[in-house]
Each structure stands twice: as structure tokens, then as C-alpha cells.
Design a protein around this ligand. Structure first.
Ligand SMILES: [Zn+2]
Length: 292
């Protein structure tokens, strides 16, 4: 446990969440509005202006690919192209700063402090507008050659499903079925419109047959994708987080059952768990990365 202070910064498209940590303890947190004007050029300056004082280190979690050398390769939601925001952060604040992908930050936080605590290897799946994932294997965050390790959402489930167009340009990606947007799309395909993802899953849990069929389809595909992922990585547990995972035990059980249907026999026993850190996962993971 380190006694020095660190900043964990979670840069989102609407707001930037910032936490001041002493070791693993969160002392205080606040947020600043994300100014995406002019290619997001004010974002780092606005963060630094809000800091109450010096610290031993900081790390930024960002919604985009981060190369192993700390170069950010586009964050569409922030207006950033290829850039090195940590250089500007350190120049303005004098504080050393690292950067990582936000799904990876959440994975690190849930493995060390959250739903996956006590396990050395987890896959953390974030189910929101899209489907993201982060991998911690044998205690180490997996980044990959281009910073895209864990892009579970773009695993192709059905290349012939032309109705499932993905934002990446392909069709049939996992996130076109299992994200909040995907679940709303599946419901519309089944003739149910005007409900958001939460309403669909709440209705399914309450026993509405049409909505339950939608939830079953989404969870079946998610469990299948996770089973493939586990055949490759063999984690002790898979942790589900993000807005869709607010459906809690109802969703967890369906995904666990689907996983058990598709898993390689030697992977059976892999637990599907729920994330516990909520919206603090990003700042916690960033702070842990700054301390590493
Ligand atoms: Zn895709």
C-alpha cells in the first residue's frame, strides 16, 4: 500500500471524473464538463485547472485505443485524433502521467478492488452503448500490439445478418446484439418499439414473454462470445459491468447459463460475476495504473 497521493482521471464524452487517491483509498472525487469544441483541445487544461495540488502521479482513462507507448489513437467522443495528452498534462501540472483505455481501467479496478477481487485473471465486459472489454491475465493488464486487446464487441457472431450493421463498418458484431443499443434493436425486430434497454430487461424479468425472448437472444449471443473469449484466455471469472448490467442477477444468470452451454469443457467453472464499483471503476483503475 503506497502512502503517496495519485490522481485517477476518467475522460468521458460528457464529463471528466477525477479522483484523488492515497494508496487505494479514494479521498475525494469531482468532475469537470468535457469541452469537445476545437477538437477537444481544452480538455487537458480544464482537468489540470481543477486539481487541488501536487501528487506523485496520475493516469488518464480515455475512450479510445492507446498504443503501448502512450500515444492515443483517436477518441471520437472527445474530438481527439492521434495525440499524446499526457505530455500536455505533465507540462501544465508537473505531475507524471500515464494513459490507458477506459475499458482496461475498469478491468484493472474490478480485478483489484471490485467484483473480481481475489482473482488474478479476469475478463471485464462493459455493456453500455457499445460492448467493451478489458483483460487482466495473471495480474497483468493485457494491452496488445495496437492497444486493442479486449475488443470483444467486434467479435463477429453472424457475418450474414445484414440487419445488424455495426458502427465499425462490419455486420453481425457482438455489440449489435448485446449492447443497450443492440437490445433495443432486437426488440424492434420483434415488433416492440418505444422502450429503452432498461425497460426491456425489466419487462423480461417481470415475465413478459416477447421481452424475455429478446433478453434470451442477447444473453445467448453474449454467453457464446464470452465462451470463445474464455477458450482463448482462460480467466477465473468474467465480470459484467456498464448500464445494461444494472439488470443484475437476472442478466448474470442468463449469461452464465449461456456460457455453460457453449464453453469448452475445461473452461466450465468460470464464474460470471457482476461489477461492484459502478461509475467509480474508471477513476479507480486509472489511479491503480498510475501507481503500478
Ligand atoms: Zn463492429
Amino acid at each position: 500500500m503506497k502512502a503517496e497521493r495519485y490522481y485517477g482521471i476518467d475522460v468521458g464524452g460528457t464529463s471528466v471524473k477525477i479522483g484523488l487517491f492515497q494508496g487505494e483509498t479514494l479521498l475525494e472525487k469531482w468532475s469537470v464538463t468535457t469541452d469537445t469544441s476545437d477538437g477537444g483541445k481544452n480538455i487537458v487544461r480544464d482537468i489540470v485547472k481543477s486539481l487541488p495540488g501536487p501528487a506523485a502521479g496520475a493516469a488518464m482513462a480515455v475512450p479510445g485505443a492507446v498504443l503501448p507507448d502512450g500515444t492515443v489513437n483517436r477518441c471520437v467522443n472527445l474530438g481527439w485524433g492521434v495525440c499524446r495528452p499526457t505530455d500536455e498534462f505533465t507540462a501544465l501540472s508537473g505531475i507524471p502521467c500515464r494513459v490507458l483505455n477506459d475499458a482496461n481501467a475498469a478491468a484493472l479496478a474490478e480485478q483489484r478492488l471490485g467484483g473480481g477481487k481475489g482473482r488474478r485473471s479476469i475478463v471485464m465486459v462493459t455493456l453500455g452503448t457499445g460492448v467493451g472489454a478489458g483483460v487482466v491475465l495473471d495480474g497483468r493488464l493485457l494491452v496488445g500490439a495496437r492497444g486493442t486487446a479486449g475488443e470483444l464487441g467486434h467479435m463477429c457472431m453472424d457475418p450474414l445478418d445484414s440487419a445488424a450493421a455495426c458502427t465499425c463498418g462490419h455486420v453481425g458484431c457482438l455489440e449489435t446484439y448485446a449492447s443497450a443499443t443492440g437490445i433495443v434493436r432486437l426488440a424492434a425486430q420483434a415488433g416492440v418499439t418505444g422502450l429503452d434497454c432498461k425497460q426491456i430487461l425489466d419487462g423480461a424479468a417481470a415475465g413478459d414473454a416477447a421481452l424475455e425472448a429478446v433478453a434470451d437472444r442477447a444473453c445467448d449471443l453474449l454467453g457464446r462470445g464470452i465462451a470463445s473469449c474464455c477458450a482463448l484466455l482462460d480467466p477465473e471469472a468474467v465480470v459484467l459491468g456498464g448500464g445494461v448490467a444494472q439488470a443484475g442477477e437476472y442478466l448474470r444468470k442468463k449469461v452464465q447459463d449461456a456460457f455453460d452451454r457453449y464453453a469448452f469443457h475445461a473452461c466450465l467453472g468460470t464464474e460470471v460475476l457482476l461489477a461492484t464499483l459502478g461509475s467509480d471503476a474508471g477513476i479507480c483503475g486509472a489511479a491503480l495504473y498510475a501507481m503500478d
